[in-house]
Structures are given as structure tokens and as C-alpha cells.
Design a protein around this ligand. Structure first.
Ligand code: RIB
Ligand code: CA
Length: 317
């Protein structure tokens, strides 16, 4: 059983990753850290609470993450992509009083201290909360077993700018800090997540088998996302599930990914290349070794991806 803490900016693909985590018997979800990104922190927090409530898992704590990037700049949100509340057409009926009980980083550190060398962090939003956790308490974060990031674009165009992926672009100072300082790090970039697509046909098959409140939101939010993606990338076969693809890397699913190991930096001072993820893939470059080397997913096996997702999202858990 993998003990996972999910750091998310709970929008549409984050929500599918969270749903998968709740339904996968191999995952023990210890907590969710929900910060700004796709929409503001209050909304992502509320969305995480809502999904846990639908799953009957309000025992899982939602920890309040960051509200803005480390630069201090005003964050930019994406209601056009993730919906006004961050869940496509859904306005989660979670009363504001629930925010009063939200937990903070002391809960995060407690979860890690109670499970030394067992916790796997999967970060599928901006890297701000994760960078702050490492900065505030390196001695506790040393006890994290492995960290996975959805972010970056290496041999692939960006999705926020020509060269930058949205999670890294949203806080490149934090992304660079994490890439340079966090050991046992795996990065799942756009190079593979762009291919982690669910087609409308597969979504309909999943929906036909849905029989719980949590499963019933999959189709409406992914239908919304599909319409958005048809505008963004006309003709795309379905919706890329970036965050789900990153979470699946934590499960050691045989044959799902091929990796290379490189030192990674994220441009955070420049202008044109702001947010770009940089690693050396020149011909003749080789895998690196040592604490500063990250494992980067370079190829994905689509058949393994889609059959695993279908199995997990249609099980009766
Ligand atoms: O670039 C894709 C990433 O940006 C995903 O994590 C999506 O949820 C947004 O945060
Ligand atoms: Ca995300």
C-alpha cells in the first residue's frame, strides 16, 4: 500500500487524480494539500472537500496550501479551462463554515512524522506549497520517501507559453527550488501527459458503470474539459489527464513509463523563457547520478495507461 499525500490545485484533472487515488486499493491517501493554481485557494480547497465528501472520506484532512507564487505576484487563474469554481459545470455545495476547520502545515508535518520514510508526495499543481514545506522544515521533509511532480515540458512545446508548462510557469521560483533540492524526485512532464488522453468513448464506458456520487461527477467535468480542449487544440482525440498521469507514476505500473535521469533547472529570471524547464538532452548526453538528478518520464505506453484507468475508475471501491 502506497501512502500518498496529494498536493493539488484542485481543478478538473486534479479531481480525476483525486478520484483515482480514492478508488485505487493500492493507495492509502493520507491527505490533500490544496493551493492556488487553476482557481484560487479557497475554491481548490472547497473542491477537495467536496470530492472527499462525495467519497464518504471526510476523515482525510485537507490542508490549506499557498495562495500566491513565491515572487509575491498576483496569481493568474483559469476559469475558462477549469470552470468558474474549478470543477467544470459544478458548484460544490460546501458551506463556508467548513473553511474554519481547515488545517495547516502542522498537520502535514505530523502526517510525515507519523509515517517516516513511507510518505509519497505527488504534486500536481504549482510547486509553491511543496517548496515552502521544504524550506520551513527540511528535517521533517527528509522523511518523505519519494516525490512526484506533474510539471515541465522538455522535448515538447509548453502549454502556457511556447516553452513553459502551466504548473512550472505558475511559480518558477518554487519549481526550480524543488527540482534542485528535493531528492528522490520524479518529474512527469507534458512530454508524456499530453498523451495521457481519455476519449469521449472511454468516458462514456466509465460513466455507464458509475454507481456512486463520486463516480457520477466524472463525466460532467470531463465533458466540460473536452469542449475546452476542442477550442485549445482543435481535433484533439479527448482530454489529457495530466495530473492522473503523474499520480500513476507513483504506483510502479510495469511498462507504463520510460525514464531518463537529468539535472533539471527552471528559468525564473528571464523573459521569453520564463517558466521553461531545462535539462540536457543533447545527443551523447547520458543519465546522471546523485541527489540532484531527477527521473523524468519520457515515453508513456498508452494501452497500459488507459486499461489501468478504466479498471480503477470502474471498480466498486
Ligand atoms: O499543465 C497542466 C497542469 O496545469 C495540470 O496540473 C493542470 O491541473 C494545471 O494545474
Ligand atoms: Ca493541477
Amino acid at each position: 500500500m502506497k501512502k500518498v499525500i496529494l498536493f493539488a490545485d484542485t481543478g478538473i484533472d486534479d479531481s480525476i487524480a483525486l478520484t483515482y487515488a480514492l478508488k485505487n486499493p493500492e493507495i492509502d491517501l493520507l491527505g490533500v494539500v490544496s493551493g492556488f493554481g487553476n482557481v484560487d485557494r479557497e475554491k481548490t480547497f472547497r473542491n477537495a472537500e467536496y470530492l472527499l465528501e462525495l467519497a464518504g472520506r471526510t476523515d482525510i484532512p485537507v490542508i490549506a496550501g499557498a495562495t500566491r507564487p513565491l515572487s509575491g505576484a498576483e496569481p493568474v487563474f483559469y476559469p475558462d479551462i477549469h470552470g468558474i469554481e474549478g470543477l467544470g459545470p459544478i458548484d460544490p455545495p460546501i458551506p463556508e463554515e467548513r473553511y474554519e476547520n481547515r488545517t495547516n502545515f502542522s498537520k502535514l508535518f505530523k502526517l510525515i512524522k507519523n509515517n517516516p520514510n513511507e510518505v509519497i508526495i505527488v504534486n500536481v499543481g504549482r510547486c509553491t506549497s511543496l517548496a515552502i514545506a521544504h524550506y520551513l522544515s527540511p528535517e521533517v521533509m527528509e522523511d518523505v520517501k519519494e516525490t512526484f511532480l506533474m510539471g515541465g515540458a522538455f522535448l515538447e512545446p509548453g502549454n502556457e507559453t511556447a516553452v513553459a508548462e502551466a504548473n512550472f510557469y505558475g511559480d518558477p521560483i518554487a519549481a526550480n527550488y524543488v527540482c534542485q533540492n528535493v531528492v528522490n524526485l520524479t518529474i512527469v512532464p507534458l512530454d508524456v501527459t499530453r498523451e495521457a488522453i481519455l476519449t469521449p468513448e472511454v468516458i462514456n464506458l466509465i460513466d455507464n458503470r458509475s454507481d456512486s456520487p463520486l463516480e457520477e461527477i466524472i463525466k460532467p467535468i470531463l465533458d466540460f474539459y473536452y469542449e475546452v480542449y476542442q477550442q485549445l487544440e482543435p481535433g484533439i482525440a479527448g482530454t489529457p489527464l495530466h495530473d492522473l498521469a503523474a499520480l500513476m507514476a507513483a504506483l510502479d505500473i510495469s511498462g507504463l513509463y520510460e525514464y531518463r535521469k537529468r539535472e533539471v533547472r527552471v528559468e525564473h529570471r528571464g523573459d521569453f523563457a520564463y517558466g521553461e524547464s531545462i535539462a540536457d538532452f543533447r545527443p551523447g548526453s547520458t543519465d546522471c547520478y546523485g541527489p540532484n538528478c531527477a527521473r523524468i518520464a519520457m515515453t508513456i505506453n498508452y494501452d497500459i495507461f488507459v486499461s489501468n484507468v478504466f479498471d480503477i475508475l470502474t471498480n466498486n471501491r
